[in-house]
Design a protein around this ligand. Structure first.
Ligand SMILES: Nc1nc2c(ncn2[C@@H]2O[C@H](COP(=O)(O)OP(=O)(O)OP(=O)(O)O)[C@@H](O)[C@H]2O)c(=O)[nH]1
Length: 234
């Protein structure tokens, strides 16, 4: 029997926003009783049905890398950032600063992913917009931020990189229950991560062939070529 293929998804955000709680909920379908303080990094695995319910359905492992958010470890954690196939940015809805800090987190992860082309870890909107790494934004502690939620607009980060957004309470199973919009968004995100790693070349080749036979799609050809070049092998 063939081994199940896997992708690596990084979960980043400030210390205490709820990364460990979120990962536990995703992987075990129940809230964690006592989340521990992550030192360095810990990894949990989830079996995911890619394109469930279609002819293309296939199992993949999603490795969820919980990156400790403590600022004292900034310099050492870059060793966890390669390879990266997807990124979940986590912020605490009761603490605005944790959302603002996500740009720094993304800069840290993507600059590394871009093989340190850019010095330092500052956020660069150009890299951000051009990245091929799927990104999902998750706001936690919605139970404690009901009033904030009502006046809250979609995060600017989502607009900048075309990411989807989920808000939830990591202590409640129902917030990620099968069939809910949160569960569907998360599942689609995992599909996207798998697609980028294992199917990007295939779909791009189809697009390029289509572009050659249809002059109207020449613009698409350039776009797809760029995607082929940027696709990582592992
Ligand atoms: N009420 C509520 N509490 C939450 C939620 N998510 C996490 N918490 C609590 O927030 C605290 C921090 O959660 P963690 O999951 O340890 O946070 P973390 O981001 O992994 O923190 P580090 O390991 O320091 O990076 C814990 O007491 C959790 O129980 C949520 O959605 N609602």
């Amino acid at each position: 029997m063939a081994a199940i293929e896997k992708v690596r998804v990084l979960i980043v955000g400030d210390s205490g926003v709820g990364k460990t709680s979120l990962i536990h909920l995703i992987c075990h379908n129940e809230p964690i009783a006592n989340p521990y303080w992550t030192i360095g990094c810990s990894v949990e695995c989830k079996l995911h049905e890619y394109k469930a319910g279609t002819l293309h359905q296939k199992d993949y492992f999603i490795e969820l890398w919980d990156i400790g958010g403590w600022s004292a470890h900034t310099n050492s954690r870059s060793i966890f950032y390669n390879p990266v196939h997807g990124v979940i940015l986590v912020h605490d809805l009761t603490n605005r600063k944790t959302e603002q800090n996500l740009r720094k987190w993304l800069g840290e992860v993507l600059n590394k992913e871009q093989k340190e082309r850019i010095e330092g870890h500052d956020y660069d909107p150009e890299i951000f917009a051009g990245t091929q790494v799927p990104i999902l934004l998750i706001g936690t502690k919605v139970d404690m931020a009901e009033s904030v939620q009502k006046s809250r607009r979609r995060s600017g980060i989502c607009e900048e990189c075309g990411a989807d957004e989920i808000t939830l309470d990591c202590t409640q199973v129902k917030h990620l229950a099968p069939g809910t919009s949160n569960a569907v968004t998360l599942s689609r995100f995992f599909d996207k991560v798998i697609e980028r790693k294992y199917y990007a070349r295939e779909s791009n080749a189809t697009s390029i062939n289509a572009a050659f036979t249809s002059p109207i799609q020449v613009g698409g050809l350039f776009q797809d070529r760029r995607r082929v070049i940027n696709t990582k092998n592992d």
